[in-house]
Design a protein around this ligand. Structure first.
Ligand SMILES: *Cc1c(COP(=O)(O)O)cnc(C)c1O
Length: 451
């Protein structure tokens, strides 16, 4: 074997050993593993090290200090694991090392990302002709969609955004939920929509926009809706809001980072009407269980996204559906290939079964916790369970004890001004036994801490 082959075989062996150890590894590393990261601390070596030694150090010091989010008992955020087909595709794509910007740089990436885009629209019940850009994150994809939205709204008002910019342009009003995700606000801030100028739509007790209190919309409004509020997993009432937005001539963007996948499940009616929006953002690396960084910017008017993201140059022209003309990146990884592989291996049925299973498991978990004396604060229609114990002190103490146990991990939140914790079910590896073990741990900790 050449040195390169020996090295890569060693990496594969170590990667498989890491995966084999996932079931017994702590979900969050202990203090010893974190302290051992100091072993990496040295100045940039003048002479290079042997690559085999670099890999050994990475595995021996690095692997124990990972969070086992690619496991069965990680319930923080909506992180998901990586499906075997997606992980395998990722390894092959790494060997290909394609610059997946356009057909000229990679015919296979161009072809598969195009196909993956069509499959995503089909799986989510979104308009088939939509453009799909595979970007690094929901944050980056929201930025791409919102820039297409602003450019289009201004064009309808007779303003040439590309050439005349924002100085003197008609003001675009932004209406968004008071529960909008922080990354939506980040995208808006980067785009130059000042935080003081945003118009907030009041939310109801479930975290959804209340249609009765929706601010006025017009043809210079960008309305941003949400599929999957981070605490409750609830959806804005699209079926009620969309006709109003359509009649006003507003552009509607939906942040569906994880919640959009409900469209592929038996609970699709939760998001009825969402298909009438103009653009959507979703992640692959959350509920679809693909590797990072994989997200999708989906735009009904394919030309609008292609025009906003165009990066053709004399030496690098491409079709308008080339990924470099649909995303922020020029050089980019063929990240849509892992999405293609995930969808090819699941099929529509397998995708529905996975999402349905997580929704069912969240319901089972909520029932067990309620029976054990916990307060479940949300309706648990999706994969989110928002929980509180008898007092704020108890809620915090239980969450800290669960994190310290290493058996599971989930994070804190503040809901209606008081501490709570969020349990998200989104890993393809999570079995019913894992859910039962989580419930048992939480009931045991509650008894111990109360005593
Ligand atoms: C995670 C999340 C985002 C941001 O997604 P990234 O891929 O991490 O940028 C946006 N909105 C919601 C509702 C999310 O849950």
């Amino acid at each position: 074997m050449t040195a390169e082959r020996t090295l890569l075989a060693d990496a594969d062996r170590r990667a498989l050993a890491y995966l084999d150890g996932s079931a017994s590894r702590r979900v969050f590393p202990d203090a010893t593993a974190i302290a051992a990261l100091q072993g990496f601390q040295q100045s940039l070596p003048a002479g290079g090290q042997n690559p085999a030694e670099v890999l050994r150090q990475l595995d021996e010091l690095g692997s124990p200090a990972t969070v086992t989010s690619n496991g069965a008992r990680y319930f923080g955020f909506v992180i998901g694991a990586t499906l075997p087909a997606a992980a395998a595709a990722e390894r092959l794509v790494l060997a290909w090392d394609q610059c997946a910007s356009s057909f000229d740089n990679s015919p296979v990436a161009d072809h598969l990302e195009n196909l993956a885009g069509r499959w995503v629209c089909q799986a989510l019940g979104l308009p088939a002709q939509s453009a799909v850009g595979f970007g690094t994150s929901a944050t980056a994809c929201t930025l791409a969609c919102l820039s297409a939205a602003r450019r289009s709204l201004l064009a309808r008002l007779g303003w040439d955004f590309d050439n005349d910019g924002l100085m003197g342009a008609p003001e675009i009003r932004v209406v968004l939920s008071e529960t909008a995700h922080i990354t939506v606000k980040k995208a808006l801030r980067i785009l130059g929509f000042g935080m003081n100028r945003l118009i907030y739509a009041p939310a109801d007790e479930h975290g959804r926009i209340d249609p009765a209190r929706l601010p006025a919309l017009d043809n210079r409004t960008l309305l941003i809706l949400q599929a999957g509020e981070v605490n409750t997993g609830e959806f804005d009432p699209f079926a009620e809001l969309m006709p109003t937005a359509r009649a006003a001539g507003a552009w509607v963007h939906v942040d569906g980072a994880f919640g959009l996948w409900a469209r592929a499940s038996s609970s699709a009616t939760l998001a009825a009407g969402i298909e009438q929006a103009d653009s959507w953002t979703t992640d692959g690396h959350k509920w679809l269980n693909t590797p990072y960084d994989s997200a999708m910017a989906i735009c009904r008017d394919a030309d609008a996204l292609a025009a906003a993201m165009n990066s053709d140059a004399a030496y690098a022209t491409a079709s308008k559906d080339a990924q470099k003309n649909l995303t922020l990146e020029f050089s980019r990884r063929a990240r849509g290939v892992a999405i293609w592989a995930a969808l090819a291996s699941l099929g529509q049925d397998g995708l529905r079964e996975m999402i349905d299973r997580h929704i069912r498991q969240a319901g089972t978990l909520a029932d067990a916790l309620r029976e054990g004396g916990y307060q479940v604060l949300n309706r648990v229609r999706l994969n989110q369970v928002l929980v509180r114990a008898d007092s704020d002190e108890q809620t915090v103490a239980i969450r800290e004890a669960a994190q310290a146990s290493g058996e599971v991990w989930f994070g804190p939140t503040i809901w209606q001004g008081r501490p709570a914790f969020r349990l998200s079910v989104s890993s393809w590896r999570t079995s019913d036994a894992d859910i039962q073990a989580l419930a048992e741990l939480l009931l045991r900790l509650k008894r111990q801490i109360a005593a």
